[in-house]
Every structure is written in structure tokens, then in C-alpha cells.
Design a protein around this ligand. Structure first.
Ligand code: FMN
Ligand code: MN
Length: 488
């Protein structure tokens, strides 16, 4: 269906998101000049509570970063809270909305041919001291399966290598699979990269679903509205009409070049570095007053937030039917995202281990360690998590190691097999489950040993008794002290 007029309701885009952040008091405007090559990475890396809008960048650019800076801000984009966002996203993963084609859109305001644009003039930043160069971290890459025409959308780091050339890291998933098909035909793979949009597009692109599922339909489900697509000018691909910038290009077959190092999601530089493919760009379109998007990785940075939400929600969705419907409360990826915590109340002895095994073999390659805890453990407070691990675990019974598994190829703690850019690339390792749950409610007697201490009057406030006692004094207290709804 092609409709030429814009719908009455303004589509959700990066501008509506900036307005939403500002209204919520979650946006910091940086009005001093910032150099993306030497200064921006440092500013992004220390801004973990709020989003940053850089207003004075070289060549007149503005750019958004750390938006979302953390799970709390990601929850805001979904209209949820830190505690409710994962069950909500798990539900929305079940409602994909078909895309609509439109004749044109804001991203077509300006069209620039090869020679008329220069990637080195964009405000692309260098994230860390040892990075190989400036890297577009916010480019969402659209490709197609050449056999079926099925679309795929995913994140890929794009290291700037010239006015119309970048590197690309293709981790062995769907766009790598598409690329291998083009390579077998000895043909370049057409790509379209869009930069700058509503964060739910980014969350959808970071979702690992079945091969053949269109991540734009997942984005529609997340947004609660159909994604509006326009045709690219020089490749047979479609991109969001309401993005800020689009680059059109192709990845030549068989060709590889040195790429990396790059400040990655685990907070390390080197994984994935090596001989990787490149992208050559022949066309750019953008809004008249396009706003750039900078995205920095690191264990607790924006890049990891985009991993955490769909990964946790996908695992939640997988676990909710294990054994006919467990009493599952929440799932959350841990820092560095090779671990995941499952919050549940066991119905039967041993049920936690059943769920943990499923958590380690989902759509996602990352999780290596899965931990189960009860509802009274605040999973967003890692002091609470460490407390549960040390006071609720009998190691010989509750810790199980599964040797000889396939693990994430960018987990530096495991031996690497093959090299990036080749079909053999992987890490062979092992996985671990830790059951830190307490006995099920059906065994009330055994469970009683784990009843947590509570003072007589948890509703009393120290500041009502001593004027100098202010909130920071109680910040470390678990949410349950205040009668959180998690207490069961
Ligand atoms: C911030 C961020 C950066 C990422 N960078 C890359 C990358 O450089 N290369 C890559 O192959 N995957 C990268 N990913 C992971 C993929 O986008 C993600 O796994 C996605 O689900 C893959 O899509 P697919 O399941 O359609 O293959 C990144 C994810 C995020 C959130
Ligand atoms: Mn995919």
C-alpha cells in the first residue's frame, strides 16, 4: 500500500524522543563546542544518568547521545518503568505490525551523489583511546536475503575509512548469512544504513529473532504504529521515511581489510578486530536539518542498553512457558551481557535449574552465566544479587557447569576458533547455572529459614526523627524495605 500523504498523528522519530526526554527532565544540552575525535567519547562515557544533546559540533552538526543512557531511560521510551519494561517488551514481541510504504518522507529532503558527500565531515566520534578510528555506532543496516527478498535490520559498527568507505563487522548472524549468499554468487551485497531515529527502532534492530523475520515489523510492534518506509534511490532496499540520515552502498564480495580495535559492549577493545569486509557508499539522503546520532558502547553504556532490553525480553518470552508456565517475575542481562538473572518463585524443587538451562540456549549467543533468584531480591541492585549468591547457594548442589558449549565470539575470556571475517569464527567455552532461589512456597517450613529481617515499622522515616537525616542515607536499602510490590 502506498499513501502519499503523511498520517495525521506525528510518527515517533528522534525528534519526538528528544522532546520526550526534555519534558521528563532527562536531557542535558551541551552548548559549548565539542570535538568528536578527541572530546565527545569522554563526555558520553561519564554521562550515565541522562541523555546528551550536542548543539555545537563541527560543520554545524547537532547530535544525540546516551539516549537511553540506562535501562530506566529505555523504559521511558517504552512508557514503562525499570521493573515493568521487560515483561512489557516480551509481550510486544508477540505483536508485529506490518510496514507501510510511503512515496517520500523527511529523510529524502536532501539527496547527495558520490562526491557530493564526505563521511569524514560527519560528527562521528572516537570512543576510546585504542580505537582504530572514528566509528559510526548508530548505523542500522538493512539487507535482503538474495534468495527470498526477506529484509533484515541490524546494528553493525562502521569504522570510517574515507569519504565514501567504511569497515563493517558482520558477526555470524543474519546479515552475515545474507552476505555469504551474495559472496557465493560473486556479487556485492546492497546495503542501506540509517542513522538517527526513535530508540525503539534501535531496540528492534538489536532483537535477535528467527531468520526471515523483518525487524521493522518488530519495531512496529514496539512502537504501536506501522513503520513508514520509503524506497532507496540507488539500491533495491527500503528505509524508514522518518530517519535523520540514510547511506546507500554495497559490500564487495571476498574483499577484507584491517578493522578495529573498537570500544565494545563488554568494555574491551580487541574482540572482532582483524580482516573484515568494507562498505562502499554511492549515495546519501538526509533531512535538511539532520541531527546526527552518536552511540557509545561499554558495559553500562547506551550500546549495552540496546542489547539488554530485547535480550532480556526474548529470554523472558522463552522462559514463560517452560514446564507449562512458571511463576516468572523478571529477567535482566548483567553488566557486560554474558550473564543473565532470572527472577522467579519456584513451584517445585529443581524448577529454577530447568529455567536456567533454557536461559542459556535462547536466540542469543551471549549468556554464559545464568542466575536464578527469588522475588525478594532486587535484581537492579547488584549488592542484593551478590548477597543472594553468597547466602542462598550451596555450591555443590546449586552450581552446574556445562562444558564444551558454543559461546559468543566476542567473549575474550574464552579460546577463539577461526578469525573474524571467516565462517569458522567462534569461541568454544562452557556455561554455568547458579540456582540462588530458596525452597518453593509449598515447603513453607524449609522456606521459613530464608525469611528476611524486617524492622517493626518499615513505614517510619528517619528524617521525621532527625532533621539532618536525608534521603542519601537510605539510598542503599533494598526496595523491599519500602514495601515494593516485588515483596511476595
Ligand atoms: C550497540 C550495538 C552494536 C552492535 N554492533 C554489532 C556489530 O558491529 N556487528 C554485528 O554483527 N552485530 C552487532 N550488534 C548485534 C546485532 O545488532 C544484534 O545481534 C542483532 O540481533 C543482529 O541481527 P540479526 O539477528 O538480524 O542478525 C550490535 C548490537 C548493538 C545493540
Ligand atoms: Mn534478523
Amino acid at each position: 500500500m502506498v499513501s502519499s500523504s503523511r498520517s495525521d498523528a506525528q510518527p515517533k522519530d528522534m525528534r519526538s524522543w528528544i522532546a520526550e526526554l526534555e519534558a521528563a527532565g532527562e536531557l542535558i544540552r551541551v552548548d559549548k563546542p565539542v570535538d568528536p575525535l578527541t572530546q565527545m567519547g569522554s563526555l558520553l562515557y561519564q554521562c550515565r544518568e541522562k541523555a546528551l544533546l550536542f548543539e555545537k559540533l563541527p560543520h554545524g552538526w547537532r547530535a544525540l547521545g546516551q539516549a537511553p543512557a540506562n535501562v530506566r531511560l529505555a523504559a521511558l521510551a517504552f512508557g514503562a518503568t525499570e521493573e515493568t519494561v521487560i515483561p512489557l517488551v516480551a509481550e510486544r514481541l508477540g505483536t508485529r505490525i506490518p510496514t507501510v510504504m510511503v512515496a517520500t518522507g523527511p529523510v529524502k529532503d536532501v539527496a547527495l551523489k558520490k562526491g557530493e558527500f564526505d563521511l569524514t565531515q560527519l560528527p562521528v566520534h572516537v570512543a576510546g583511546q585504542r580505537d582504530g578510528g572514528p566509528v559510526i555506532g548508530s548505523g542500522l543496516v538493512v539487507t535482503k536475503d538474495p534468495d527470498t527478498g526477506q529484509r533484515n535490520v541490524s546494528f553493525h559498527r562502521l569504522q570510517i575509512k574515507g569519504p565514501n568507505k567504511s569497515g563493517i563487522l558482520l558477526y555470524p548472524r543474519h546479515s552475515w548469512k545474507n552476505y555469504l549468499k551474495y559472496q557465493a554468487r560473486n556479487e556485492p551485497m546492497p546495503v542501506a544504513v540509517f542513522i538517527g531515529h526513535h530508540p525503539l527502532y534501535y531496540a528492534a534492530a538489536a532483537t535477535t529473532a528467527a531468520y526471515g523475520i523483518d525487524e521493522f515489523e518488530i519495531a512496529g510492534g514496539f512502537l504501536g504504529e506501522a513503520v513508514r518506509l520509503v524506497k532507496c534511490d540507488t539500491v533495491d532496499l527500503e528505509v524508514p521515511a522518518d530517519a535523520e540520515i540514510v547511506l546507500e552502498g554495497h559490500i564487495p564480495p571476498h574483499y577484507r581489510e584491517e578493522e578495529g580495535p573498537f570500544s565494545e559492549f563488554q568494555d574491551y577493545y580487541v574482540t572482532g578486530t582483524g580482516k573484515n569486509p568494507i562498505v562502499e557508499y554511492q549515495h546519501m539522503t538526509r533531512r535538511h536539518d539532520a541531527i546526527f546520532k552518536n552511540l557509545q558502547n561499554g558495559s553500562e553504556m547506551e550500546g549495552c542498553v540496546f542489547h539488554k532490553i530485547p535480550m532480556s525480553a526474548t529470554i523472558y518470552r522463552r522462559l514463560k512457558d517452560v514446564g507449562g508456565g512458571p511463576n516468572l517475575h523478571n529477567v535482566m542481562a548483567l553488566p557486560g551481557i554474558f550473564g543473565v538473572v532470572v527472577q522467579m518463585t519456584q513451584r517445585y524443587y529443581g524448577e529454577a535449574k530447568n529455567l536456567l538451562m533454557a536461559a542459556l540456549s535462547s536466540e542469543y549467543h551471549h549468556p554464559k552465566i545464568a542466575i536464578a533468584v527469588d522475588a525478594d531480591v532486587d535484581i537492579f541492585n547488584h549488592t542484593e544479587l551478590m548477597w543472594a549468591l553468597t547466602t542462598r547457594v550451596n555450591p555443590e548442589r546449586d552450581v552446574v557447569i556445562i562444558p564444551g558449549t558454543h559461546n559468543h565470539a566476542m567473549d575474550a575470556s574464552l579460546p577463539e576458533i577461526g578469525a573474524p571475517g571467516t565462517p569458522l569464527w567462534q569461541r568454544a567455552g562452557s556455561k554455568m547455572i547458579i540456582d540462588a532461589t530458596i525452597p518453593p512456597p509449598a515447603d513453607a517450613e524449609a522456606r521459613a529459614a530464608f525469611e528476611r529481617i524486617r524492622p517493626h515499622n518499615p513505614q517510619l522515616r528517619l528524617e521525621d526523627f532527625a532533621a539532618e537525616a536525608s534521603l542519601p542515607l537510605v539510598r542503599g536499602l533494598p526496595a523491599r524495605f519500602f514495601g515494593s510490590k516485588l515483596v511476595r
